[in-house]
Ligand binder design. Structure first.
Ligand code: HEC
Length: 141
């Protein structure tokens, strides 16, 4: 019988169990942030939109975490960083109180979610195997 890993043709993102759980917890929080944005929009609560979007937004620390999570998967970190930048653009549109722009940027951001989900899947590896990927990442320029 084929294993799930053999049947799933998406690119594997090797992660330690701890990091895989952490990534999935982040993901559930992103879905909640999207929910909060949609809930706040009809009442034009731009502060709430901005707050929720910023929780997915770009920062240097976030970019570093993306590189860690993508240490063993070509292109993953770039895809992830693009997503965080796109979420920051939702927050900027909310700060300008521009509903149309919020919706456009939200659409861009959701496209980043779905593109990444179509392309990548988690693959849990041992802690030492993940450690070796991180060391390789640190060694590369
Ligand atoms: C850079 C890649 C990437 C981006 C961007 C991304 N995800 Fe994910 N997401 C993943 C991966 C990888 C998984 C694990 C999927 C698997 O192994 O089947 C995942 C899983 C999830 C899950 C399942 C969590 C669980 O507990 O099982 C949810 C929900 C989710 N993502 C929501 C989102 C939402 C909402 C967005 C955008 C607002 C988003 N993701 C953006 C890569 C991404």
């Amino acid at each position: 019988m084929m294993t799930l890993n053999q049947m799933d043709r998406r690119i594997p993102v090797p992660l330690s169990a701890h990091m895989a759980l952490h990534q999935k917890a982040n993901m559930r929080a992103y879905l909640e942030a999207v929910q909060a944005i949609i809930a706040a929009l009809p009442g034009k609560d731009f502060a709430a939109v901005s707050h929720a979007a910023s929780s997915m937004g770009f920062s240097a620390a976030t970019a570093q975490m993306c590189r860690k999570m993508g240490a063993g998967a070509q292109g993953f970190a770039e895809q992830a960083i693009g997503f965080h930048r796109s979420a920051s653009a939702i927050a900027a549109a909310a700060q300008n109180r521009n509903t149309q722009a919020v919706l456009q940027r939200l659409g861009d951001t959701l496209r980043q979610c779905t593109t990444c989900h179509t392309t990548y899947r988690q693959q849990v590896v041992t802690d030492p195997a993940f450690q070796r990927l991180l060391e390789r990442l640190q060694a590369s320029p």
